[in-house]
Design a protein around this ligand. Structure first.
Ligand code: TRP
Length: 364
């Protein structure tokens, strides 16, 4: 049993099943040929889409389109969050595309009992540092907080809201009569940026949303209302969720030992990785004889998802684990070093971001 909704991800995710359940399309070989080369595409980390072919066509025809993604500021940033953002960065660099990055301080206030609006706003500004640190182009990037941009979002959001019934919201998100009315309305706020440029420029401008698959329910609604409102349907490209170090299927900020935060120091990273769930055999002797199982290993997942852009080296780790020549200790140490060398640079850029936040976090 697994569950993937915008608010809860649990269990061992069967992505093939999810493709069918959500009604998204698999990224085919043919589409891959038309996309720039990136390890997340080659390895099927970005694996599904809606209307990606239309974006490719728009690009070929020199039509304008833009990228839209977002973050719900409910806590600190962990490495799993960075995956889709790094892919947005890659597309921005490859294609020179403008990016709108929504920080939903309203969403996390509405959905989290324990967070005040001041908390989520503060977290939004904190999270923005991690986004900026990745290296987006300030001239082409607009990071915005919902509560600071309602003047532009609200007119679009109410147009969406007028076309979404309570019964649709209940069916898509599992709401009931005890759900607060802000939460019920919220999906229209997440729809709005998908229509924003069309609205601002008063012409039809397409949008591509690169993000994790758990956000698709929102964008199904967005796509359903788009054409009746005179906007193009947004396209999307979806990635898998980075498994947690505890071995379940997504890193969760709520169990801090099972995810690596961008602000973790070297010793913390070491401790978390050393305690991670692996596919290793009970004893070294058995592992030498029978090999380990990288397919269930969270440490291997990290190598695969994030820290090893070289396919041959990933394959090397996989094969050496299987044939019993790579022990978990060595594999974990490699990962600790990779994460720490990434975070060392990331933290410096995060400090730099503090001085440059106004170049990125803007009023639309
Ligand atoms: N709802 C998302 C979250 O909880 C935040 C978000 C808003 C988002 N707009 C988005 C995510 C667009 C991906 C794409 O994190």
């Amino acid at each position: 049993m697994f569950k993937v909704t915008p608010w809860e991800v649990s269990g061992k995710i069967d992505y093939q099943k999810l493709i069918e359940e959500f009604g998204v399309s698999k990224i085919t070989e043919e589409l891959l040929q038309k996309l720039p080369d990136h390890f997340m595409l080659r390895r099927g980390i970005f694996f599904a889409h809606r209307d990606l072919d239309k974006i490719i066509k728009a690009r070929e025809n020199g039509e304008k389109f833009y990228l839209y993604t977002g973050r719900g500021p409910s806590g600190k940033i962990h490495i799993g969050h960075l995956l889709p953002w790094a892919f947005n960065l890659f597309l921005q660099k490859e294609w020179g595309t403008e990016l709108y990055f929504q920080l939903t301080d309203d969403e996390k206030f509405l959905f989290n009992e324990g967070l005040s609006l001041e908390d989520t706003k503060k977290l939004a500004y904190d999270n923005a540092l991690d986004i900026i640190a990745l290296g987006f182009d300030p001239k082409k990037t607009t990071i915005f907080l919902d509560t600071e941009n309602m003047n532009v979002l609200y007119p679009v959001a109410i147009k969406v809201a007028k076309r979404v019934t309570f019964s649709t919201a209940k069916a898509v998100f599992g709401f009931d009569s005890s759900t607060n009315i802000g939460s019920i309305f919220y999906t229209s706020i997440q729809s709005a940026p998908a229509f924003l440029l069309s609205e601002l420029e008063k012409r039809s401008i397409m949008c591509l949303i690169p993000c994790a698959i758990d956000q698709d329910p929102h964008f199904r609604i967005t796509r359903d209302v788009a054409e009746p409102l005179g906007y193009p349907k947004p396209a999307s490209i979806y990635c898998k969720l980075l498994p947690s170090l505890a071995g379940s299927d997504k890193m969760s900020s709520s169990s801090p030992e099972s995810s690596v935060f961008t602000t973790d120091d070297e010793e913390t990273v070491r401790r978390k990785v050393m305690n991670a769930f692996t596919g290793g055999a009970p004893t070294v002797k058995e592992q030498r004889l029978q090999g380990g199982n990288p397919d269930i290993c969270s440490v291997y997942a990290y190598h695969f998802f994030c820290f090893e852009p070289d396919d041959d080296r990933v394959k090397g780790i996989y094969d050496r684990c299987r044939n019993g020549s790579l022990m978990c200790g060595e594999c974990k140490t490699m990962l600790v070093d990779e994460i720490n060398s990434f975070l060392l640079k990331h933290r410096k850029k995060r400090e730099w971001a503090k001085e440059h936040i106004d170049d990125f976090v803007k009023r639309i």
